[in-house]
Design a protein around this ligand. Structure first.
Ligand SMILES: NC(=O)c1ccc[n+]([C@@H]2O[C@H](COP(=O)([O-])OP(=O)(O)OC[C@H]3O[C@@H](n4cnc5c(N)ncnc54)[C@H](O)[C@@H]3O)[C@@H](O)[C@H]2O)c1
Length: 445
């Protein structure tokens, strides 16, 4: 029997699907109808960590009608800390903006019975009477969360990456299309797409300021992420979940989890055209100890496009090495240097002289993505950029597959891969750390 999501998808079909879905909805009727004429938008939070806490604040700030209605996490301590932090953040806003009145605090309406724990918490949050959900748990769970949110007709903000493997990616593509048909908002947290400087710069790039783009090199060179030593009472699964960045089945490895932002900008510079194939070198030079799981610490990917153009991406998570997070875009008439952290958004001619530089104000991009999502929901034209987010996620997944196996991997091979990384059944208890991949030996599945 064919497993679910074994549809055979080609690059051509994918381009058609993403072109249709990278857009705002087209119906003019606002989706949200509220009992008693209330204009409240009840929001549920799934994954109460750092990003989830931030996203909840941003959702609350995006629209005066938003209330936080329910929360879900696998760990009680994470949920409780997040709830307390949100109360503190809202109290600070009350102090700042309305002289101590409880305007902001009142918008956290997460009664005890709407705080859900466990692996099915996402379903209970989605079914708790919310209009929209914030999906900010670990990447491996995103396909399930997105699918259930769409099935239940909820708008969603979904953090990147949207999947860690081929089956997950195909599920997300199907959900993106189902959301489009139902006119649901489904915005993926590729936050740089919502940054004013970045937008202006890529408008230059895509608008021909460099002539025809010929080559792109993006970098994400940084240090290691947190490691949490094993505590008494933690099962293998809990240990891996607490150190989730370092386990490929949970995070997708750092090219998928973190550097995917740069991979996404590679796609942006190339007009969001899927590459034909990728060859990727990678390995694990400076990682040791159980907390570091089975991920690599460096990747160097060469993407090839059907028309012969190439794009390069390098990422590294090794301490005591210089950092870089820059996009270098080269065209027939000039180049662009893009660095969101500096920030630098500049275009140069072939002679190296600067021709354009962004100097405008830049609002917090995390806030902008929520402002735009909730405004679009209100207007009845909800943003759904999920197919585009899936494209960028798949570009990162295919590079990891190429690095792990040592093979050149085509877009179709990655998209139609049968390799599901999620352990089954997923139960608290023993779970050996999967082996570190060995190029030339690890098989492409
Ligand atoms: N866009 C950005 O700039 C950005 C920045 C940071 C993180 N992120 C993304 O946000 C997501 C979360 O990252 P984070 O830094 O907040 O991690 P985190 O560890 O701080 O938080 C994740 C939370 O999700 C919970 N969780 C895990 N599995 C769950 C499940 N099945 N159901 C419910 N809850 C679950 C965890 O217990 C934890 O509380 C990741 O996908 C990450 O890549 C994006």
């Amino acid at each position: 029997m064919k497993p679910e999501n074994t549809l055979n998808v080609s690059r051509r079909e994918f381009v058609k699907a993403s072109a249709a879905a990278v857009a705002v909805g087209t119906l003019a009727t606002p989706i949200l109808a509220h009992a008693g004429g209330s204009d409240r938008i009840k929001v549920g939070l799934i994954g109460c960590g750092g990003r989830g806490t931030g996203a909840a604040v941003q959702a609350l700030r995006a629209d005066p009608g938003v209330v936080l209605w329910s929360m879900g996490d696998v760990f009680r301590d994470r949920l409780e800390t997040c709830h307390a932090n949100l109360r503190t953040a809202m109290a600070a806003l009350d102090e700042e903006e309305s002289e101590g009145s409880a305007r902001w605090r009142d918008r956290i309406e997460v009664a005890e019975e709407r705080r859900f724990l466990g692996f099915d918490a996402y379903k209970r949050v989605i079914d708790s009477g919310v209009d929209a959900v914030l999906l900010t748990s670990y990447p491996c769970f995103r396909p399930l969360e997105i699918a259930y949110a769409v099935e239940r007709g909820k708008h969603a903000f979904a953090e990147k990456p949207v999947a860690v493997d081929g089956p997950g990616l195909r599920s997300v593509l199907a959900s993106a299309e189902a959301a489009r048909r139902q006119n649901l908002g489904l915005l993926v947290g590729f936050c740089w797409r919502y940054n004013a400087g970045m937008r202006a710069c890529f408008e230059q790039v895509n608008g021909g300021a460099l002539g025809r783009v010929t080559t792109v090199h993006t970098t994400y060179h940084t240090g290691t992420l947190p490691r949490r030593p094993r505590q008494e009472g933690w099962s293998d699964l809990e240990f891996q979940m607490r150190n989730w960045w370092h386990f490929t089945w949970i995070s997708g490895d750092h090219i998928v989890e973190q550097a995917v932002h740069s991979v996404d900008r590679t796609a942006w510079a190339m007009g969001d055209l899927p590459p034909a194939r990728v060859t990727c070198l990678g390995g694990r030079a400076a990682r040791s100890g159980p907390e570091h799981g089975n991920v690599f610490d460096h990747f160097a990917a060469v993407y090839e496009y059907e028309d012969g153009r190439r794009a390069f991406h390098t990422c590294r998570q090794i301490d005591h090495c210089p950092g870089d997070n820059t996009d270098y875009v080269y065209g027939t008439e000039g180049s662009a240097i893009v660095n969101g952290w500096a920030p630098t958004y500049a275009v140069k001619g072939l002679d190296g002289a600067e021709r354009w530089r962004f100097r405008g104000p830049i609002k917090d991009m995390y806030q902008v993505e929520h402002d735009e999502l909730f405004a679009s929901i209100r207007a009845g034209t909800p943003i759904n950029d999920c197919a585009r987010g899936a494209n960028s996620t798949l570009m990162a997944i295919m590079a990891r597959m190429a690095a792990y196996t040592g093979q050149t991997v085509s877009w179709e091979q990655a998209l139609n891969s049968q390799e599901s990384l999620m352990p089954t059944p997923l139960e608290w208890g023993d779970l050996p750390t999967p082996p570190v991949a060995v190029p030339g030996q690890t098989k492409l599945v």
